[in-house]
Each structure stands twice: as C-alpha cells, then as structure tokens.
Write a protein that binds this ligand. Structure first.
Ligand code: SF4
Length: 306
C-alpha cells in the first residue's frame, strides 16, 4: 500500500471514454463481442475526435480514455489516421490514456509516443489458447510482450497494462505468465488487474466469473514482481451498484481479496471496502480518473480526501 493510502478512482464526469472506431471492430472476442464499445462515446473521424474533446474539456474534463475496436491482427483500427488528432488533443492539455491495441513495429510505437499520449494500456494475455479461443487471434503471448517492449523502447511515458483474471472461461490460465513476461520487457507505472465479468449479449454470458481467491493470488503476484509499481483493481469486474443485486457478495469478496493482497487503489469501490479501509486506519483519496493515473499526475485531476 503506497503511503498508507487507498486510492478510490471514479472516472465520471471528468475522465470520459471515447471509441475512436465508433462501433467498428474486426474481432468477435467471446467475452466482449463489441458490447463494451457501446458504453463509450463514439467518433469516426479525426475532426470529430478533436471537437468532442473540446466539448468535454469545456465541461471540466481533465483527461480522456481513447479506445476502440481492433483489426484482425489486434491493432487499434484506424489509429494512423487518428494520431494527428490525438496530438491536437494532447496540445489542448488533456491527459490521454490510449488503448493501443497490438503494436507490431517500431514505427507504430514511435508514432504513438510522438502523439503525446501519456499512458499506453493494453491487455497482456499470457496464454496462447486464450488468445486463439477468446480473442480469435492467430498469435500468442509474445505479441503482447512485443507490444510493451516496443512502446517502452520508444519512450512511452507510462506503460499501464491490464491483466484480466479468469479470461479463459473463468479459470486462471496465463495470468502469472503474463506478469513474468511483462517484467522482461517493460516496467509499468501501474498494473490494472481486471476480472472476467460474464456479460449479457456475449458468447460467455453464462460462464462463471473467477473466484475472489484467484483475484487475490494475481494481485499478490503483481505486487511481488512489481513492488515499485502501483497495482489497482479495475472497474471491469463483477460488480453492481444496486443493493439487492445477487452479485453484491461476489463484488465484496473480490474487493476484499484484492485488499488483503495489498492493492493500492480500486476503481468504483463499494462502500463496503471504503469502510473497511477506513476502519483499518488507511486514508482514502478520491480521484476522478482511471486507476492507472500516475501518482505525479494527481494534481492535474480532481481529488479529495474522503
Ligand atoms: S477487440 Fe476489443 S472491442 Fe473488439 S470484440 Fe474484442 S474486446 Fe471487444
């Protein structure tokens, strides 16, 4: 735990998410099936991206998440044409968290860094069966290692990978390997641990979420391998904001397991875990941003001691 503080992250309203591919994606990942693109603000061309960011900024946004669908090789669709617009957004002073997709060349990594994006995020999948079966990609963990190595060598300011617990039909498979490979190629400022959430409208909607115990094991391993990085529990996990939801207990169990394993921050934490942290003597810092926000960016966003 950094400085005896639990960081509580809330992205809304000052850190909105934008899909720079609209609803387009060439993949049909079993856990997503493009459903998650519908939760983002869609744009399809560079000028629309700049205009949308100006509008968000005029309403108080401090940063944006730029994400979108992928091509058949897992790269972010149409990124090349968007990079000049991303540079304009950077020059406006907004913090940019970019979901890069796969990066397969030095030229692409150099172009991403030159755009001024602050944070480079992408999953790191450590198992070839998962990349084949879940993502439909004809590649394995080495493609993720190459992505983060190329970004790191190009001088990306912040490498912020996502490790998804239980992506292989709810079972652990490749999460530890992903962390080991990551250590060989880059040093992340934050690792986001997310958790497979069976989602309505996808092919895995009837699958089981992983156990809270498995989440705790992966958080503990991330903390062991990267003691100087921040490790956070991402919003993508089984959770519900309704008091009567049957997932409520699962949500609490996952948060408790991550907390016990030493998590440094949680996106959209429940009141349950905030109370527990306070009872155990931690200070709680409310931060309006994604959990991968570097510590030295916190004075650029809205924060408050709770
Ligand atoms: S590439 Fe991304 S947006 Fe497309 S289906 Fe897979 S997870 Fe969803």
């Amino acid at each position: 735990m950094i400085e005896n503080v639990l960081r509580a992250y809330f992205v809304w309203p000052t850190f909105p998410s934008i899909s720079i591919t609209g609803s387009a994606c060439a993949l049909d990942c079993l856990h997503c099936d493009k459903v998650y693109l519908k939760h983002m603000n869609p744009v399809n061309d560079p000028d629309a991206l700049v205009q949308m960011c100006k509008t968000f900024q005029s309403k108080g946004a401090r940063g944006v998440l730029l994400s979108g669908g992928c091509d058949r090789q897992g790269g972010l669709l149409g990124l090349d044409k968007m990079l000049p617009a991303i540079k304009r957004v950077h020059e406006m002073g907004l913090i940019i968290k970019l979901h890069t997709g796969m990066v397969a060349s030095k030229a692409r990594a150099d172009d991403i860094v030159a755009s001024g994006a602050d944070l480079a995020s992408h999953e790191f999948v450590g198992d070839v069966d998962t990349t084949h079966e879940i993502f439909g990609l004809d590649m394995g963990p080495e493609a993720y290692a190459d992505t983060f190595r190329l970004l790191s060598e190009a001088g990306m300011p912040h490498i912020t990978p996502h490790i998804c617990v239980g992506l292989h039909y709810g079972k652990l498979k490749g999460e530890f390997k992903a962390l080991q490979l990551l250590k060989e190629v880059a040093y992340p400022s934050t690792i986001a641990i997310i958790v497979f959430r069976p989602t309505k409208g996808t092919k895995l909607e009837d699958a089981h979420a992983p156990s809270a115990e498995d989440v705790g094991k992966v958080v503990a391993e991330a903390k062991r391998l990267f003691p100087d990085s921040k490790t956070i529990l991402g919003a993508m996990r089984p959770r519900s904001s309704t008091r009567n939801d049957p997932n409520k207990d699962v949500r609490y169990a996952i948060e408790d397991a991550a907390f016990d394993a030493g998590i440094d921050g949680i996106e959209v934490p429940s009141q349950h875990i905030l109370k527990r942290a306070a009872n155990e003597g931690l200070k709680i810092k409310r931060i309006e941003a994604y959990g991968v926000l570097p510590l030295d960016y916190e004075d650029r966003v809205v924060t408050e001691w709770m």
